[in-house]
Design a protein around this ligand. Structure first.
Ligand code: GDP
Length: 444
């Protein structure tokens, strides 16, 4: 993975300062120096580094006034937040049109992974966002780019539009749009020509295609294996075409990574996707927060632990877990569970953090789960204390009253009770297993 040595150095510098109970000017300066060196060594652009250190310094000066966390941890948080800031704060999806065909133009130098990224994006939006994409082969410069796109398209069940390498790219682009309209495609992704270096002819061709297809997104592929030069290349593309998103490719390699870190900061173009390997599934939507964790060596799993520790009242949870596993599970416990889950963020989001579960996370209909949890919460809140502790007393008249009070139907209440009964049984089984010694660490 890229950024490895950056991660090692940064986490060492940060560990050092976390160990210090008190922040002094001396240990703060030492930490800042280390962070600065780590970034420069990783090939991050010097201007970016300068701003970065400046921001951390200013924020860190205010640390003492904040009373939570220890000062060292606070500084780590400041560095972390600054990296998130550097990477772009929020994830950014494609700029889909609300009506009509969304057009996406891929641009970038030859070999950066443009053709591969075009297919990967088509694949991801088809599978995860139920889009109907058409790929268009407009890269007539690199030998075999058209064939490559066709092969990739076939492997992911996405049609590739091509008029062969004799037809000018601009004509192909225009015809592709007409074709997409006729065939009911909702997203058209144009793979355009790259060169080894930026030249005028290339930029003119791209500008012409841009004028013809009015892209909703112009995505520039930038290769993590390129060093600092990448910043200038990206800036030129941006100046001439007004790029709307970056695709950072080859982050799976052992690149120092500083170049790609600088591109967003200097161009202010958001990163939308990251390429993590040669295979078609090796593409991720870009999450700045997670990337920052990774760069700082915190690891996603650490985030999960932190969230759990921060936000859950551990004592309460342990106590109720014990009671629940002995079979005394009430609707009040269930309400508490819903609330804990809500505090920890979405279920799907949490699952993405757990190794091996991220595939499943995509299958959860978050909006639906969320709505259902809210409804269950409203129902429980409309119950009396007695009803929550002993749901057996819930007969028709009580259910009618609760339904009216919570704005739900009796069938919703039955659904909740059903879910409650199942959870209760499951809890009891877990308790039995723990007591039987099969899961010793569940005890206590
Ligand atoms: P283009 O000239 O920009 O269209 O580049 P290609 O899409 O043909 O990619 C160039 C090479 O980089 C190919 O061998 C790809 O398999 C490889 N490649 C593309 N993206 C990635 C990536 O994220 N990780 C790795 N390891 N290789 C990649």
């Amino acid at each position: 993975m890229a950024f490895e040595s950056l991660t090692n150095r940064l986490s060492k510098a940060l560990k050092n300062i976390t160990g210090k109970g008190k922040l002094t000017e001396a240990n703060m300066n030492e930490m800042l120096r280390e962070v600065r060196m780590s970034l420069l060594e990783a090939d991050v652009n010097y201007r970016v580094v300068k701003d970065f250190i400046e921001h951390v310094k200013i924020k860190a000066m205010g640390v003492e006034v904040m009373s939570s966390l220890n000062p060292g941890q606070m500084v780590v948080k400041i560095v972390h937040d600054e990296i998130v800031e550097l990477l772009g704060t929020q994830e950014q999806g494609l700029n889909y049109k609300t009506a009509g065909i969304t057009t996406v133009m891929m641009v970038g130098l030859q070999g950066t992974g443009k053709t591969t990224a075009a297919a990967k994006i088509a694949n991801v939006i088809r599978k995860k966002q139920s889009r109907k994409p058409l790929l268009v082969a407009c890269d007539l410069i690199r030998p075999a780019a058209v064939e490559q796109l066709k092969t990739l398209g076939a492997s992911i069940d996405v049609e590739v539009f091509s008029l062969g390498i004799e037809t000018p790219a601009l004509t192909t682009a225009k015809k592709a749009l007409e074709y997409a309209q006729e065939q009911g495609y909702d997203t058209v992704i144009f793979d355009t020509a790259g060169r080894l270096h930026i030249d005028e002819e290339l930029m003119q061709e791209l500008a012409d295609i841009k004028a013809a297809v009015h892209p909703d997104d112009i995505l520039l592929t930038v290769d993590a294996m390129t060093g600092q030069d990448i910043v200038n290349v990206a800036q030129s593309f941006h100046d001439q075409l007004a790029v709307t998103g970056l695709v950072l490719t080859k982050l799976d390699g052992d690149a120092r990574g500083g170049g790609v870190l600088s591109v967003r900061a200097i161009t202010q173009v958001p990163v939308k996707f990251v390429g993590l390997g040669e295979k078609i599934d090796d593409l991720d939507i870009f999450y700045p927060e997670r990337m920052a964790d990774r760069i700082l060596g915190m690891g996603d799993i650490m985030t999960l632990v932190e969230q759990a520790q921060d936000k859950m009242d551990m004592e309460v949870s342990q106590k109720s877990a014990k009671r629940m596993m002995s079979g005394q599970f009430t609707l009040e416990d269930m309400l508490e569970q819903f609330r804990q889950l809500k505090k920890m963020g979405s279920l799907g989001g949490m699952m993405k953090l757990i190794p091996g579960m991220s595939q499943m996370a995509g299958k959860i209909d978050e909006a639906k789960t969320d709505k259902q949890m809210k409804m269950f919460e409203a129902i429980i809140l409309s119950m009396t204390k007695e009803e929550r502790q002993n749901p057996d007393i819930l007969k028709a008249s009580r259910k009618n009253r609760i339904a009216a009070g919570s704005g739900t139907k009796v069938s919703d209440i039955n659904q909740l009770i059903n879910r409650y009964e199942k959870t209760k049984v499951a809890m009891k089984q877990m308790g039995a297993m723990a007591n039987g010694g099969k899961m010793p660490n569940m005890k206590g």
